[in-house]
Design a protein around this ligand. Structure first.
Ligand code: BGC
Length: 461
């Protein structure tokens, strides 16, 4: 298929409003995964929790996020993208209320489970919803606004944890405050439109046209888009059986693998355990380690902002390849700790520098692109269920890394652990190089048709 060059046409602000409000789902995802490390320090004292109970507080969220993704997929295809985001907002609110007012451990766990379900719903549906609304020439930016808000959520969580530390019952605020953005998300979603692509698939062409118009589409563009969508949309019911069809399999496998590589290359060992790592490896004090953690959160936000700017300009593939190379280099350096003398100031600089490089590499590539890519590559008729498989795989991998990392560190020691992740990062690089096609500037329908024709490897460009 011949591809048109990307025209930088002016786009009405409405799509940015949609992406920003729906992106509150991403903010809450980041906040709730980031806030727990600080809150847990106080909860464990207040409730005298065992180590296992503490691990459960962390793990239950990841587990429920993984388990809820398939339901989100089926519901998004059957009932619409918007309703699933509304359900996510409700789960976020109930979860925050339960955690903030809990009299004891059991309701705390229930609250974390609610938030887990909310995150499973939001992490899948928000990128999907925004991808289906965005013009191709700014789709990378709009969808990845969600990833940007995830990183902002993580950073805000670190800040809130610091502000409420030392205050009696401060952890209730740490876990309860996200109720506010969740309520804003809920209200906003009642005013935002349903995805026009989903509406067309369900026979509401006229409503879809009105929304496309509001999104700035001219009549000619709309005719072309409607024709392309009707070529790809079918009225078959969306279910998991459809995923086994040979025409779907390549995209399904590639998306799942990218989602898994995003996690098993170790990002959350840094996001969740940075203070522990810095304190033990670089022999930093707790306070210095906490400050460095805030630094890591800031680099994550800043570099993700740069990625947003570059995604629709240089494309997804170059960012993925450069970012993964940074991650490999920094993991190799971190793994050299066995041979480098401890306790000297320059060592601390090297370790901090490597962690910063690692985060920067993730933030420019795998962070935004993994979610963007799985929102772009699946055929319209099963987009929700297919994306939910990749989302499930992402959260399941996240769960496995989170529960094994500290044992791995204890058994193998830091050097081998980091090299283990370096090997995975090298595999990630090779996988991207050979299998991830460029999707920059193409309509979702063009991407779908290319996959159908077997253009699953880089030549998609
Ligand atoms: C990942 C999360 C990670 C976050 C860090 C997201 O894309 O899915 O697991 O914590 O990025 O920025």
């Amino acid at each position: 298929m011949a591809h048109k060059p990307i025209k930088r046409v002016p786009v009405p602000g409405f799509i940015y409003v949609i992406a920003a409000f729906a992106g509150l789902g991403g903010f809450l995802f980041g906040y709730d995964t980031g806030a727990i490390s600080g809150a847990l320090l106080y909860i464990k004292k207040d409730m005298t929790l065992t180590t296992f109970q503490q691990e459960l507080v962390v793990a239950v969220l990841l587990f429920c996020a993984a388990m809820s993704a398939p339901f989100a997929g089926i519901s998004a295809d059957r009932f619409g993208r918007k309703k699933v985001v509304i359900a996510a907002a409700l789960f976020f609110i109930v979860g925050a209320l339960l955690m903030a007012f809990t009299p004891g451990y059991k309701l705390l766990i229930l609250g974390r489970a609610f938030v887990g379900v909310a995150i499973g719903f939001a992490s899948m549906t928000v990128p999907l919803y925004v991808a289906e609304m965005s013009p191709p020439n700014i789709r990378g930016l709009c969808v990845s606004l969600n990833q940007f808000l995830i990183t902002v959520g993580i950073l805000v969580a670190y800040g809130v944890d610091l502000s409420f530390s030392g205050i009696d019952g401060g952890w209730r605020w740490m876990l309860g405050l996200p109720m506010i953005p969740a309520a804003i998300l809920l209200i906003a979603m009642f005013f935002l439109p349903e995805s026009p692509r989903w509406l067309i698939k369900h026979g509401h062409k006229e409503r879809a046209k009105t929304i496309f118009k509001k999104l700035g589409m001219s009549d000619i563009e709309m005719e072309g888009t409607l024709q392309e969508i009707s070529k790809t949309a079918s009225h078959q019911k969306s279910d998991f059986k459809q995923l086994l069809k040979p025409s779907i399999r390549p995209a399904l496998v590639i998306g799942i693998l990218l989602a898994v590589f995003q996690q098993i290359s170790g990002i959350n060992t840094v996001i969740y355990y940075a203070p522990t790592l810095l304190a033990s490896i670089a022999k930093e004090t707790d306070v210095a380690a906490l400050i460095a953690t805030v630094g890591i959160g800031s680099v994550n936000v800043f570099i993700t902002a740069i990625a947003l700017y570059l995604l629709d300009r240089v494309g997804r593939r170059p960012l993925l390849l450069v970012g993964t190379s940074f991650m490999i280099i920094s993991l190799i350096i971190l793994g050299m700790e066995k041979w480098i003398p401890h306790g000297e100031e320059w060592i601390t600089w090297i370790y901090n520098g490597s962690l910063f490089l690692y985060i920067a590499g993730f933030a420019i590539g795998l962070g935004p692109v993994a979610w963007l890519f799985i929102a772009e590559i699946y055929p319209m008729r099963i987009r929700g269920v297919a994306m939910s498989c990749a989302t499930f795989a992402n959260w399941a991998a996240n769960f496995i890394v989170a529960i094994t990392f500290l044992s791995l560190l204890n058994t193998l020691g830091p050097s081998l652990t980091f090299w283990f992740y370096a090997v995975i990062a090298i595999c990630t690089f090779l996988f991207i190089y050979f299998y991830i096609p460029e999707t920059k500037g193409k309509t979702l329908e063009e991407i779908e048709l290319s996959f159908k024709k077997g253009g699953v490897t880089p030549p998609l460009n």
